[in-house]
Design a protein around this ligand. Structure first.
Ligand code: PLP
Length: 450
């Protein structure tokens, strides 16, 4: 098969060696699982591949299927696995905590939760030091939006077109792509023009996009807003970097009318962007509320909202709690993640390997007309495929064909963007230069085969 061939034949790219043998798998086959999934799981589940892969084991930046075949995980869960799959320190922390205490309620004290809150707060600037734990990014953003509304007494929230902030009632309102929206009541949410340097109407002029937010406040609200929420780099939206100068200008406008600034760091946090620990830091702003999930627990369900003591006061008006948020097993994993990022210098690695990978992807763009844009920072990179560079016409099936071929050669990659035509590269942060070379060589080969 092509994957095994990738290891043996010189004409096609060779996967970097990895001294590791996964344990033998004796579970059900892909076909058996598929049958159950069709019968018992929601039909909303989708797959990228014609024949879905049955992933049974993970080790660092690699995944293994039922036949022991190895794949380079260029999607990293979905930007969740930051330290690497089943990183031994994270596994150890989870096992130790599970053996000790699986769950307690907020009615009692437990050091795992408090230790992690303290460690997390130490990673944030300014007065951002009060933590509230949730189970997901959606919950974190729901809570952040509610806190802003309570704090300001205003209802209106501004988010960006093309944003993804979650899929519950409030956050689905803030999410701004028809692909991800159902018929929810979108009360008080306004979507500003996206400061997208590649597709946006003002190119990379951050100031012009920021003026649109001022107009939105004047024309679409009563002149005051509760909050502005945005990602530092849009992830689901196709790795869209915000035009430079945009966030500082918008933060100023929002604060002028009494609103709070919420940074959604669900994808861009935890060292992923390489240059900084948080995505917002690259824009030189300090938010009032920061939300996070995904990388926080290396794939364990965990999210958090971090804010200032003054804003956090709004939650003391009545009881507010979350049964599983801050579960000690999850927070033990979170603490281990922070230590691994620091000890293994994963932020530096994301910066250096990410810069190298971006360089190589840009060289690939010079070679293949179908690549319209390469963007992102650190190990959060996007490659947009178009049929016409001038018109920026999004490809349709071609991206799936390239993905299928890449999978056959041993690379799993994500896709997204409003038109579904952008490769999303968000691997575990232990990704190496050799992995980057392999990824680009495989993408080169797969595009050439179109
Ligand atoms: N915010 C961002 C930026 C995301 O990318 C996502 C999920 O992809 C969410 C929020 C929602 O997180 P979750 O799926 O954990 O609810």
């Amino acid at each position: 098969d092509a994957c095994a061939a990738a290891n043996d034949v010189n004409t096609i790219p060779k996967m970097p060696p990895f001294e590791y043998t996964p344990p033998p798998y004796t579970g059900p086959t892909a076909e058996e699982i598929l049958k159950k999934r069709k019968e018992f799981l929601s039909p909303s589940m989708f797959y990228f591949y014609k024949k879905p892969v049955n992933i049974v084991h993970g080790k660092m930046q690699y995944l293994f299927d039922e036949h022991g075949r190895r794949y380079l995980d260029a999607l990293g869960g979905i930007a969740t696995v930051c330290c690497g799959h089943c990183h031994p320190d994270v596994v150890k922390a989870i096992v130790n905590q599970t053996n000790n205490l699986q769950h307690s309620t907020i009615l009692y004290l437990n050091h795992s939760i408090a230790d992690f809150a303290e460690a997390l707060a130490s990673k944030l600037p300014g007065d951002l030091k009060v933590v509230f734990f949730t189970n997901s990014g959606t919950e974190a953003n729901e809570l952040a939006m509610m806190m802003a509304r309570l704090y300001t007494g205003c209802h209106d929230i501004i988010s960006l077109r093309n944003a993804y902030h979650g899929n519950a009632a409030g956050t689905m309102g803030a999410t701004a792509q028809s692909n991800w929206k159902f018929n929810v009541v979108q009360s008080g949410i306004h979507h500003a023009v996206n400061p997208d340097p590649y597709r946006g109407q003002f190119g990379s002029d951050g100031e012009k996009y920021a003026k649109d937010v001022q107009d939105l406040i004047q024309y679409g609200t009563c002149g005051h807003v509760a909050a502005f929420i945005s990602e530092a780099i849009q992830g689901v939206g196709g790795i869209v970097e915000l035009a430079s100068g945009y966030l500082p200008a918008v933060y100023t406008s929002i604060r002028k009318v009494g609103g709070l600034c919420i940074a959604d760091e669900v994808q861009s946090g935890f060292a992923r962007t390489g240059s900084h620990f948080w995505g917002f830091e690259a824009h030189g702003v300090v938010p009032d509320i920061v939300t996070m999930a995904k990388g926080i627990g290396n794939g364990i369900p965990l999210g958090a909202v971090v804010t200032t003591p003054k804003i956090a006061e709004v939650l003391t008006r009545r009881s507010y709690f979350n049964t599983f948020g801050g579960n000690p097993v999850c927070t033990a994993a979170g603490l281990a993640v922070l230590r691994v990022i620091e000890r293994e210098k994963l932020q530096d690695n994301a910066h250096f390997v990410g810069s190298y990978l971006k360089e190589r992807l840009n060289a690939l763009k010079d070679k293949h007309e179908i690549i319209g844009d390469v963007r992102g920072r650190g190990l959060m990179l996007g490659v947009e495929l178009v049929t016409d560079r001038q018109l920026k016409t999004p490809v349709k099936v071609e991206i799936l064909q390239v993905m299928e071929q890449m999978k056959e050669m041993g690379v799993l990659i994500g896709k997204g963007g409003f038109y579904g035509n952008v490769f999303r590269i968000t691997p575990p942060l232990c990704f190496t230069r050799e992995d980057a070379d392999f990824l680009v060589d495989v993408m080169d080969y797969a595009i050439a085969k179109l």
